[in-house]
Design a protein around this ligand. Structure first.
Ligand SMILES: [Zn+2]
Length: 360
């Protein structure tokens, strides 16, 4: 707890004094939404069961589930791999640009209702290329919707090309080359999928190339993998942000470093529970991470699979941990500061967060 208050300069300007009174005009709206940035989100993980069935019908695909209930029953996972198996199987319904656009539109609409004002969205091109879907189809389908996210949903967005760490680096390099050649509208790269046994150092050349191309850098590390993967992602890949990172709590030296360097950790509480990284939400290290002064934010990861979007994550955290208004505002401010948005956009969102006009 020692230097916890020192971290408050994170907010910039006046300390956050969130407005808790609900005015007459919006008293009917039950929850107060904080403006947040969602930084850890896989667009394929937003595919809701209803949309899976609708797209399957549109594309003449026979699903291995009789109905929605049977599909929903498969959402009991024992670990990361058991989730990934279902996740990749469901992607079969994504065939055309319109399918990718429909999925993206549905996410933006739901995220906007959750208070998300800036979203950095990961797409796994290799998961589609391996099914015979072209890079143009998946990238353009998602990007076509992101292009008007500000007008349509008041949400700024960035597309992140994420690479599957269980595939060879050579494959990732080929895809990155192709993305750069087609001048794909990506702002960053990420690294996801099966973590254990696929350490960050495997992708050193990929990250060097992306950095050279002017892309921002993030990677999953310390979800199921050890704290040493977090160190490797920072030192070997040079990432600016760590996705998950909860296992850093096993290494006090690493925690000290992450605090000192203000490295953002995009934490996904409901995902960690569903994938059994923690037994229950009450066992989640988020409160300890906040107390340690770590730069943590709350994200939904694969919300269709893990029981909820950003607002659901906040609601369940509040129910279990009695997060204070101050903690919630701090998490929101961290998400904005940790984003790859322009300084101008960050200032706009921080002003909104600090404005006291949040009761809505
Ligand atoms: Zn993830």
């Amino acid at each position: 707890m020692g230097d916890y208050p020192d971290r408050m300069e994170n907010f910039e300007g006046e300390p956050v004094a969130p407005e808790t009174e609900v005015s007459e005009s919006n008293a009917a709206v039950p929850a107060r939404l904080l403006p947040v940035a969602e930084l850890h989100l896989h667009i394929e993980g937003t595919l809701q069961p209803e949309l899976i069935f609708a797209l399957a019908e549109r594309n003449g695909i026979t699903l291995p589930y009789a109905d929605l209930d049977e599909l929903r029953q498969r959402y009991e996972f024992t670990d990361l791999q058991s989730f990934l198996d279902l996740y990749y199987a469901n992607m079969a319904v994504l065939q055309t640009e319109e399918d990718f656009a429909a999925m993206t539109h549905a996410y933006l609409e739901r995220a906007a209702a959750a208070g998300v004002r800036h979203a950095e969205i990961m797409l796994d091109p290799q998961a589609h290329l391996s099914r015979g879907i072209s890079l143009e189809t998946c990238v353009n389908g998602v990007a076509s919707v992101l292009a008007t996210s500000m007008e349509d949903f008041g949400m700024s967005t960035m597309l992140i090309a994420a690479f599957l760490r269980d595939l060879p680096e050579e494959s990732a390099l080929e895809v990155l080359d192709a993305l750069l050649a087609m001048d794909a509208p990506i702002g960053a790269i990420g690294l996801d999928s099966a973590e254990v046994g696929n350490p960050p150092a495997k992708f050193e050349r990929l990250y060097a190339k992306a950095r050279e191309a002017g892309l921002r850098l993030t990677a999953h590390a310390g979800e199921e993998g050890p704290a040493s993967y977090v160190v490797e992602a920072l030192d070997v890949l040079g990432v600016e942000r760590i996705d998950h990172g909860i296992r850093c709590m096993d290494d006090t030296d690493l925690v000290e470093r992450l605090v000192d360097e203000r490295i953002p950790l995009t934490v996904c509480p409901l995902s960690n529970v569903r994938l059994r990284t923690v037994d229950t939400l009450a066992d989640h290290p988020l409160p300890a991470m906040l107390a340690a002064g770590l730069n943590v934010s709350v994200n939904s990861d694969d919300p269709a699979y893990f029981g909820g979007y950003v607002d659901d994550n906040f609601a369940q955290l509040e129910a279990v941990f009695e997060l204070s208004e101050f903690d919630k505002a701090r998490l929101a401010a961290n998400s904005i500061h940790s984003s790859f948005a322009s300084e101008e956009r960050k200032a706009e969102l921080l002003e909104e967060l600090n404005s006291g006009e949040l009761a809505h």
